[in-house]
Design a protein around this ligand. Structure first.
Ligand SMILES: [Zn+2]
Length: 76
């Protein structure tokens, strides 16, 4: 089985995950919008498997809320 890939925004301070979106072909527009938004905010972009995102450390720094949070979050 091919693993799903995601784009993640990384905190410039602690390098932990701030936001993630599944790189699904049917969501290409949404993915492009979110990743462009993250870059505008100065976050580093990375690509990792969904499994890696689930086990990654998430950022706990104080920061302004994302105006448009990605729809597909990992909330298990
Ligand atoms: Zn952080």
């Amino acid at each position: 089985m091919i693993e799903d890939m995601s784009y993640v925004a990384l905190c410039p301070k602690c390098h932990c995950v701030i936001a993630a979106i599944v790189d699904a072909p049917e969501d290409r527009k949404e993915v492009a919008k979110s990743t462009a938004d993250w870059v505008n905010r100065g976050f580093a972009l990375n690509r990792m498997s969904c499994e890696e995102v689930r086990t990654a450390k998430w950022c706990a720094c104080k920061r302004p809320k994302l105006a448009a949070p990605p729809r597909r979050l990992f909330d298990e």
